[in-house]
Write a protein that binds this ligand. Structure first.
Ligand code: NAI
Length: 405
């Protein structure tokens, strides 16, 4: 039977996924983008051409796929009509806007997918959909399956590389009667890679270390920066030094400790999916890393990261770091702050995480922690469990159970 899906968003990921999914037989694709004039621009672009994705394969070859979605619109009611799966493919701070505009029109037995979800996505869905979430299923992915970027708006997108595996959470609402196998269906639309691994529970996905890579590298690189512009954009992963790798290692230690503690407090919660960053690297990029003898070398010699530079802004006299980029504005409120919230709930001290959050919140003009306490005025705009009024492990579990049981 034909699957009808909705892809929400109009950026790099939405372009790439729209191109791949529209090329699948038996999949009909609607696109919803509520941002500015994107729906009009994209619709106009498709009048004269198809959507082309050029795909760089692991063996170095490049292929092209041409396809077209059925519809690109900014009208949520029209967009969601008759769809089986809603994929939300936008930066994490935008999730709430899509959940808001779609929630009046989401039909029972719909699967809602955060691609990616980022930490706290599932909690936000349950919170915003209220009782309706009992009739839906929710999947949250730890990251985007591809590195990709738009070349020409609405017309051409470049897929630069695939992840090998991708973890996902899966919540089935108590009254949801899904008519298709959720993960298998998503896998068939994505294609063979990345291979989807369903994590044992939502908290494990939230703690999954993929989203914690950028802030420690940013912090290590820029914490002592003297504000002098640089002549060239520094390499991001290939430029990782011992100190940055050590900061990332300590942060990952704290996250793994939090997972272990949660498992101890609640033996029913299987947290074994939460692994150290160095192991995560080995699992995610099996063949792409030339030297995995240490975390630093894994980062420096990962082929998928070749040439990636720090987010920089060009000034007349050189380059300065762009602290408004997602490595801080997304990975802190929808990454580290959620992890901090879980660490607080688990009673685990997080000196490294606190240092990074302190630095990051000052450069992005937010306040999440005061000292080591998660009590800043902007916690409510993060997705820490505390921002949904959940302050103990029992409360978190009860909240999730009230939707799925
Ligand atoms: P993007 O930067 O291309 O997203 C921008 C799009 O988001 C806009 O075009 C618009 O459609 C939407 N948007 C932005 N502000 C909005 C607002 N206020 N209201 C409504 N819509 C708004 O993001 P991209 O590259 O597609 O990434 C999506 C997610 O995947 C992000 O979480 C990103 O961190 C993650 N990711 C992206 C990778 C990539 O290669 N592009 C790689 C790994 C992760």
């Amino acid at each position: 039977a034909k699957m009808k899906i909705l892809i929400c968003g109009g950026g790099n990921g939405a372009h790439c996924f729209t191109a791949l999914a529209s090329a699948c037989q038996n999949v009909e694709v609607n696109v919803l983008t509520i941002y500015k004039d994107e729906a009009e621009r994209w619709t106009d672009a498709l009048k004269s051409s198809e959507l082309i994705v050029s795909i760089s394969k692991p063996d170095g070859s490049v292929t092209e796929t041409h396809s077209k979605p059925s519809l690109v619109t900014k009208d949520p009611q029209v967009a969601v009509d008759g769809v089986h799966i809603i994929f939300i493919v936008v930066p994490a701070y935008v999730h709430q806007f899509y959940l808001q505009v779609l929630s009046p029109y989401i039909k029972p037995n719909t699967l809602i997918v955060g691609l990616p979800g980022h930490a706290g996505f599932e909690l936000q869905c349950l919170h915003m959909l209220h009782r309706e979430s009992r009739k839906c299923a929710i999947v949250g992915f730890e990251s985007l399956p591809w590195a990709c970027r738009i070349i020409e708006y609405g017309k051409r997108v470049q897929l630069l590389g695939f992840k090998d595996i991708l973890h996902a959470s899966f919540l089935l609402g108590a009254n949801c009667n899904l008519q298709f196998p959720a993960i298998e269906t998503i896998q068939s639309i994505l294609g063979p890679i990345p291979s989807i691994k369903v994590a044992a529970n939502v908290l494990a996905v939230a703690l999954m270390t993929g989203s914690i890579m950028h802030p420690p590298i940013m912090y290590g690189k820029w914490k002592n920066w003297d504000k002098t512009p640089l002549d060239v954009k520094p390499l991001f992963y290939q430029g990782v030094d011992e100190e940055q790798a050590n900061i990332a290692t300590s942060l990952s230690d704290e996250v793994v400790k939090t997972a272990k503690q949660i498992q101890e407090m609640c033996p029913d919660l299987d947290m074994s999916d939460v692994v150290h960053l160095s192991d995560w690297f080995k699992a995610h990029y099996q063949d792409g890393i030339a030297d995995n003898s240490s975390l630093m070398m894994s980062m420096r010699t990962n082929r998928a990261y070749e040439g990636l530079v720090h987010p920089m802004k060009a000034l007349d006299n050189g380059y300065v770091p762009d602290f408004a980029y997602r490595y801080t504005t997304e990975d802190v409120p929808f990454g580290l702050v959620v992890l901090k919230g879980l660490a607080v709930i688990a009673g685990v001290a997080t000196p490294t995480m606190d240092k990074i959050i302190q630095w990051a919140q000052s450069i992005i003009g937010k306040e999440y922690i005061i000292g080591t306490d998660l009590v800043g005025k902007d916690v409510k705009f993060s997705r820490a469990p505390q921002s949904f009024g959940l302050n103990t492990l029992e409360q978190v579990q009860d909240f999730i159970s009230s939707h799925i049981c």
